[in-house]
Design a protein around this ligand. Sequence first.
Ligand code: PDD
Length: 287
Amino acid sequence: MKNILFQGNIIEQRKVVDVEDRSYQFGDGIYEVIGVYDGKPMLLDEHLERLRRSASAIQLTLPMALSSLKSKLLELAELNGLREGIIYLQVSRGVAPRWHEFPAPDVDPVCLAYTREEQRMTDIEDNGAKAILTEDIRWLRCDIKTLNLLPNVLAKQKAVEHDAIEAIFHRGKVITEASSSNVFIVNDGQLFTHPANNYILNGITRQKVFQLSDRLQIPVNEKTFTLNDLLAADEVFITATKLDIVPIIKVDDDRIGDGLPGSVTKRIIEQFRLDVKHLTKNQCLHR
Ligand code: PDD
């Protein structure tokens, strides 16, 4: 039986969540998805730091220090024998009778984590995939990784119904990101991606791509681009935890470039794979 992390303790999985947990009632909480490759989590510190920022943005006090949370997550992955997959981590505002405002007096946040085996989709990385376009109907704090994912869920479902891997969001004419990934275009050997502001989640994989591009001396522009720019781009790719870097070769009915994964995208994927091969338990972006 797999274990889960629940309120600071690693326990055998069982039904632990209360019906009055505010994550059920309001989506009142935050989460992270951390990729694990050959038993090693990628950029765990960066994910935990983003969790801290999300918590602070919704005025939630994390129930334990990030360093303790980190050791618990490593212990959980180890105990569950996780080789390839993800660690899912969630913190809700806690359990209280259903009133919209924060519980008073304060209740303890509910922090849980579990692991899931997931194989890497290297064939999609090699061959590319289709995406669709859809209007970005989300709120104006997409930088917070909250549990409120209904617009993302609806967009992803629409993608699946159109045999696409992702739904790329546009706010008016501007491309923001996708339902569960960030979007890059390549033009004349340079990358363009939406700036990290309130309209997108600042993806950890997105930041990893910045590091790899720097190494490859590929210029990165954090600048908005339009629907037309996307369709006319030399290359398009998306990034997210465990999906990694996926070339987008078709958007709705339009072919991107020559309809094959582009050379710049391929070079970045190659570097990413090299880093995965040499991953250590404490790999960070900025050290
Ligand atoms: N989603 N944008 C959105 C809206 C996302 O939900 C995600 C990730 C990303 C990419 O972020 P990162 O590179 O840190 O994974 C961008 C996760 C994987 C999910 O909800 O399952």
